[in-house]
Design a protein around this ligand. Structure first.
Ligand code: ZN
Ligand code: FE
Length: 754
């Protein structure tokens, strides 16, 4: 009997064809298997019984990195007689396409890496069908060596033998290579290569120097995480006085020595994606204080490339190499991560650059995860996750959603799939604009999606809105503009595959409101078709334009009922206070605002925690850290009225008066979080009673705050409401592309453009 079997899902670049070939042998099946770009196609000939076992084994025993979504089996009536089972050349066919993200080095390869009798002993590019680079070296689909940046490294005879050997771990492994035929590491600007290059980098790091290290998706800047002055030097060269740096730990034991690690966090930290996970510092943590100043967590990750392992552990004369290295993206502030040598030499301030001759074709920053109530909360979704699609029970026309201005990612949609891109960055900078444009065309090519509609934010002055308008004009396709906070809520609905009516709570820094004012503390009633703004936090005047996002004291003054206390609070220089008050009184350079982010800033400032943020979200993060040191509990003392406006102005005034009476800063920080969560729960309960809607979707950058999220969820659940929140898509602006993409699904029946 002959069957045609199509397997859909993540079945490329994960050792799927060799796996099929092995189980075919197990059940005496003859035939072929081929990559079709969007699926794997098998022709299988055997007895009915064996064919059934074979098909069952496909789903049951599939390789760990694969994800099967669907297996279609059809019987074929043909005279054809196969005599053996073979893997045949990739052919191309259109359909839904799945591109595998990059995969951290696996245990088997790590073992071989340090085995002196292995042919890949100390080879910085060791990989197999279960691990190694994928998206970042991919030129085009289907995934085969000749369409990757490995094409310039012809396999040596012995690698070739493994590549064609069914019993090898590297059977059909596209980036297979070894010390004889693979890429090579080198020190940029010198002729030290291979072992000499690695030794040199280790020496410089040990001595407190800064190294730029080319990884999977871009360059990192690294230094000893326990060396205060090395970290300080790195801060100065990156112009980052306070922004927390991620730390790469040699292994799990090194993590446990410095951080508190729960089982669920461990699973993610050590997963094949190897993201950065935010972990609470232990009391006796010995990581330099300036790695994450004023924050009680450390962004921790484990080595994920062979080179990382070699840098930590090389068989040379250095015996006391640090077990923790700062590893921060190598880029000038706000610009996407550097991927080539010339750029690195020009833009990265460091003592040494270790690079290699395997080209990075697509950037991939490290992904960042926090945990809320024991479950993940994605902060940046990139390496290891993107561009895996999300499945929604809603049909999409081919669409491009361009995303927001900060933390930009974009999203392509087709059929039931939404593909969020790797992290791009802040699109304020022209260099980022160029990279966004080129990444869009790369992903469009890779995924073979020809957008019939493009979506962007409502903000008229966003670069992203402009790019979307250009694309719309060039491709002659319609452009839809999606209100920022509605996009946040839609993103949450899409991730949860929920398409009914919901109460939406979107709290973030700023977004352009449908009425032209600044929004950011919004309560909606909505579904995937439309939204209604039914409530918000108390309005205030935001004075000082863009500066107020950084200068928290400006928001604090804006929210004061009585300006005369401004000077008692020691918020900033007197002349600045006077100028700010002048603007507010004369209504100059002022906008009406309901930004929840600015409310956090203002509270942080009056508590003396952070008056000026040196990076986005600093004031709020430090406010949360302070709140987490308080052990006090508070009852609700405010009531949300019939107008559904959260009395955050009264909350602010209360905190101020308690502060002036001398209450503890930590307790007041906690008080703020509790009361705000309480107000959200109250307003949702009120709306639910009126509308019978039982589901609340929370999103927006403020819900990255695990304390606020956790309190809000608890209080909503106490009132019998079902809460949807984001887990693997960021609630911050890095997630709004997904919401924009979902919004385009309302345009399924587009009029034909001529
Ligand atoms: Zn491997
Ligand atoms: Fe936002």
């Amino acid at each position: 009997m002959l069957q045609n079997i199509k397997v859909f899902g993540i079945v490329q670049g994960v050792g799927f064809r060799p796996f099929i070939s092995r189980i075919a042998d197990d059940f005496f099946i003859c035939g072929t298997v081929a990559n079709k770009g969007s699926y794997v196609e098998i022709f299988a000939q055997g007895t009915l019984e064996n064919l059934e076992k074979f098909v069952r084994a496909i789903s049951k025993k599939a390789p760990p990195r694969s994800a099967i979504l669907k297996v279609d089996v059809t019987e074929i009536f043909s005279e054809k007689n196969f005599t053996r089972f073979e893997i045949i050349e990739s052919e191309h066919e259109a359909g839904d396409i799945f591109v595998s993200p990059d995969i951290a080095i696996c245990e088997n390869c790590a073992k071989e890496l340090f085995n002196p009798s292995d042919k890949r002993y100390l080879h910085p590019f060791i990989n197999c069908t279960a691990c190694g680079p994928r998206l970042t070296i991919l030129e085009n689909m289907p995934y085969d060596r000749e369409r990757t940046s490995m094409k310039v490294f012809p396999m040596c005879e012995s690698c070739k033998a493994e590549y064609f050997n069914k019993d090898s771990r590297r059977f059909d492994a596209q980036p297979i290579c070894c010390n004889n035929c693979g890429p090579e590491v080198y020190i940029f600007g010198s002729n030290e290569r291979g072992a000499a290059a690695i030794r040199k980098v280790r020496k410089i790091l040990l001595e407190g120097g800064i190294a730029a290290i080319k990884g999977i998706g871009g360059f990192h800047l690294a230094c000893d995480a326990k060396n205060f002055s090395a970290v300080q030097k790195l801060r100065e060269s990156k112009f980052r006085p306070n922004k927390p740096f991620a730390v790469m730990f040699k292994n799990l034991d090194a993590v446990k020595a410095e951080c508190i690690l729960t089982d669920s966090e461990k699973i993610f930290l050590d997963s094949p994606q190897k993201p950065i996970v935010l972990l609470p510092k232990k009391n006796n943590c010995t990581i330099a204080e300036n790695v994450a100043p004023h924050i009680n967590k450390i962004g921790a990750m484990l080595p994920y490339t062979p080179l990382h392992l070699l840098i930590f552990d090389y068989p040379d004369e250095i015996k006391n190499f640090p077990a923790t290295l700062v590893m921060t993206s190598g880029n000038p502030s706000g610009v996407p991560i550097t991927i080539d040598d010339e750029d690195a030499a020009k833009n990265l301030e460091c003592d040494i650059i270790i690079s290699n001759n395997r080209k990075i074709l697509m950037r991939a920053d490290d992904s960042v995860l926090d945990f809320i109530d024991g479950e993940p909360s994605m902060i940046r979704r990139s390496r290891g996750y993107a561009p895996l699609p999300l499945f929604v029970d809603k049909k999409n026309i081919p669409a491009l959603a361009i995303g927001g201005e900060l933390k930009n990612t974009f999203c392509l949609a087709k059929n039931n799939l939404l593909y969020p891109s790797p992290y791009i960055g802040d699109v304020g900078d022209l260099r980022t604009v160029e990279i966004l444009k080129s990444s869009i065309s790369r992903m469009i090519d890779l995924l073979e999606i020809r957008p019939k509609i493009v979506a962007c934010d409502l903000h008229p002055r966003y670069q992203t809105s402009q790019i979307a308008a250009e694309i719309s004009a060039k491709l002659q396709i319609p452009l839809v503009k999606v209100q920022h906070h509605y996009a946040h809520i839609l993103s949450c609905l899409a991730e949860n595959n929920f398409f009914g009516e919901a109460i939406g709570v979107a709290f973030d820094g700023t977004g352009y409101g449908a009425d032209g004012t600044i929004w950011g503390g919004e309560i909606f009633i909505c579904d995937t078709k439309n939204f209604k703004r039914v409530g918000h936090i108390a309005k205030f005047l935001q004075a000082g334009g863009d500066k107020s996002a950084r200068e928290c004291w400006r928001s604090a003054i804006s929210m004061l009922k009585d300006f005369s206390v401004a000077k008692d609070l020691n918020l900033t220089a007197e002349k600045n206070i006077d100028a700010q008050i002048f603007m507010l009184e004369k209504n100059l350079n002022c906008v009406e605002s309901t930004s929840c982010g600015r409310l956090f800033d203002a509270v942080s400032a009056i508590l003396g925690i952070c008056k000026v943020s040196s990076y986005e979200g600093e004031a709020a993060m430090r406010l949360q850290s302070a709140a987490e040191t308080s052990t006090k509990n508070f009852d609700s003392i405010f009531e949300v009225g019939k107008n559904l406006i959260l009395p955050t102005d009264k909350l602010f005034a209360e905190i101020l008066s308690r502060r002036l009476e001398g209450a503890s800063v930590a307790d007041l920080a906690k008080f703020f979080h509790v009361q705000l969560a309480e107000m959200v729960a109250q307003v949702c309960e009120k709306i639910s009673l009126q509308t019978k809607i039982k589901t609340v979707a929370i999103s927006g950058g403020c819900f990255q705050n695990s304390l606020l999220s956790s309190l809000t969820i608890e209080k909503l659940k106490l009132r019998g409401l079902k809460v949807l929140r984001q887990k693997l898509i960021p609630p911050n602006d890095g997630g709004i592309c997904l919401g924009q993409a979902l919004a385009t699904s309302n345009f399924l029946n587009l009029p034909k453009l001529t």
